[in-house]
Write a protein that binds this ligand. Structure first.
Ligand SMILES: CC(C)(COP(=O)(O)OP(=O)(O)OC[C@H]1O[C@@H](n2cnc3c(N)ncnc32)[C@H](O)[C@@H]1OP(=O)(O)O)[C@@H](O)C(=O)NCCC(=O)NCCS
Length: 167
């Protein structure tokens, strides 16, 4: 089991490396840096094995917009585990800890754009049937939402927008 803890300033370089190596390009690593600049403090957790950062998860605020109103929630991503540490449950530890952090902050709605095979085990379900859409509807099939408190999504519908840094 890895230790999951909040990211510290001295972890930033290691977090960049974990994202760069887990993904095929540095795009996600750059997004993490950009989000940190505008949305301190987002939820940013690291997984540590020994004294090495081997995984990372970021959550940042999202806006749910419709004609009448807008609401805020959290968006999970990116998350990453170093290739040689994948498939050992570290990703699952990171997701569970991140959802717990959201609950503590009273953020009871969390979105993720990701693998439909992976996230349902943590309570995520397709967002579109609930009237919640990713801004590019072609990606709706991979867009999911978790309601951390029953009823948190009642009366909430619209298009979900991540911070511009994700573009
Ligand atoms: C996704 C990721 C963070 C999971 O971390 P992990 O520590 O390997 O996760 P776990 O050990 O908890 O779970 C492994 C599960 O993830 C699934 N998984 C990992 N990558 C996947 C992919 N690209 N497509 C579908 N499923 C994937 C595995 O099939 C496995 O599922 P299983 O438990 O049913 O066998 C890690 O694989 C990673 O860094 N991938 C590259 C970056 C990425 O795609 N991030 C997610 C999008 S933001």
């Amino acid at each position: 089991m890895a230790i999951i803890r909040e990211e510290r300033p001295q972890d930033h370089r290691a977090v960049y490396e974990v994202n760069r190596r887990a993904f095929e390009t540095a795009a996600e690593a750059e997004i993490v840096e950009a989000v940190r600049r505008v949305a301190m403090p987002p939820v940013s957790l690291v997984a540590v094995e020994g004294d090495r950062v081997v995984g990372h998860i970021l959550l940042s605020p999202v806006t749910i917009r419709n004609e009448e109103k807008k609401a805020t929630a959290m968006g999970l991503g990116p998350m990453s585990v170093l290739p040689e540490f994948q498939k050992q449950g570290i990703g699952a530890q990171l997701v569970r800890a991140a959802l717990e952090a959201c609950r503590k902050m009273q953020h009871n709605v969390v979105f993720v754009l990701g693998h439909t095979h992976y996230y349902p085990r943590f309570g995520f379900e397709p967002a579109a049937p609930r009237g919640l859409h990713y801004k590019n509807e072609l990606l709706d099939t991979h867009f999911m939402v978790a309601e951390l408190e029953p009823g948190a999504l009642d009366g909430v519908a619209g298009v979900v927008e991540y911070l511009p840094e994700f573009d």
